[in-house]
Design a protein around this ligand. Structure first.
Ligand code: SAM
Length: 311
């Protein structure tokens, strides 16, 4: 099905997009900014129903649709999201996670921020059609310069996107600014894995991280491993910082699903299908050896200078 926000493009513009996408895909270190990359991806998504763009949380999920929703719910649960919360959701894709949260945990208000104009337009249409436009407001804007006032929300979330932000540290400063005292930050994020002791595996890690970072618009400043990542959260002012590895519930499930579900494989853009035909010959541990998938939680101290809010 073609979405109307995409259908408005003229055939020549769509041909140009296809050429630019192919140039990105088939030139090893050809970079695109996140906004261009997602603009060219258009409304391609991983799920059969809905338009999620994350690798999924596979602890109990059996399909990509369940896994993408499970990742979104993992983030909401870690934030303790509920009816008293104003939420700022950064990098919302096509807003599937926001509509899911509204349905399941009913926060008071969600304000979404996304840097890709085409996604914002299409997500707005979808939210309107679901009758949620009075409680979900979607804005075009950057994670590292949020067009939002200070202390306007109780929860900030970013589902599988903070690795793109320019930079993640600038985003953390912004998240701290827009949160009210006592507010919570939850990120499902991709960072650099600790280096393997074996020399050959470490070189493979280095090359695959470089390819990942170049292809998926990851600034060099975001190549954090777990400890420096936690340190950045603390340096931004957060307390109760936890950075929990969840990669074993993400990468193998995604990898296995690509092997077992031809419809999911077919939904990848051609540029993804070609490398995956090769990569699926290896196990997930090898393919994702350079990446660490984490669930990070943190809190803005309840009162300035009172790390645990104790008076
Ligand atoms: C991998 S997709 C994840 C989308 C969605 N969270 C999901 O799980 O389906 C990354 C998203 O981050 C957004 N994004 C990338 N850089 C951004 C930035 N600097 N500020 C705001 N959004 C950004 C992209 O437009 C895209 O929607």
């Amino acid at each position: 099905m073609q979405h109307s926000a995409i259908a408005t493009k003229r055939p020549l513009a769509r041909l140009e997009d296809a050429a630019r996408f192919a140039a990105w895909a088939f030139t090893p270190f050809h970079r695109l900014a996140a906004r261009e990359l997602y603009g060219l991806l258009a409304a391609r998504a991983f799920t059969a129903n809905g338009l999620y763009l994350n690798l999924g949380y596979w602890k109990t999920s059996r399909t990509i649709d369940e896994a993408c929703a499970a990742l979104a719910m993992l983030v909401a649960d870690a934030a303790g999201m509920g009816p008293d919360d104003d939420v700022v959701d950064v990098g919302f894709g096509f807003a599937d996670q926001d509509m899911l949260w509204m349905e399941r945990v009913s926060p008071r208000q969600i304000t979404g921020l996304n840097i890709t104009p085409m996604q914002v337009r299409l997500a707005r249409q979808r939210v309107r059609r679901r009758g949620m436009a009075d409680r979900i407001t979607l804005i075009e804007g950057s994670a590292s310069a949020m067009p939002l006032p200070d202390a306007c929300c109780d929860v900030v979330t970013a589902v599988e996107c903070a690795f793109h932000f320019h930079t993640r540290a600038d985003f953390l400063a912004e998240a701290f600014r827009v949160l009210r005292p006592g507010g919570r930050l939850v990120l499902a994020d991709i960072i650099r894995a600790a280096p393997e002791p074996d020399g050959f595996r470490r070189r493979v890690q280095d090359v695959t991280w470089r390819l990942f970072a170049e292809k998926f618009a990851v600034p060099a400043a975001n190549a954090d491993q777990r400890a420096p990542y936690a340190a950045k959260l603390r340096a931004a002012g957060f307390d109760r910082v936890e950075v929990r590895p969840i990669g074993s519930q993400v990468f193998p499930g995604w990898h296995q699903a690509l092997r077992a579900d031809p419809a999911l494989f077919a939904r990848l853009p051609l540029a993804g299908r070609l490398p995956y035909r090769f990569l699926l010959n290896f196990d997930a541990r090898t393919v994702y050896a350079a990446l660490d998938y984490v669930l990070a939680t943190a809190r803005k101290p309840a009162q300035k200078g009172e790390p645990d809010g104790v008076v």
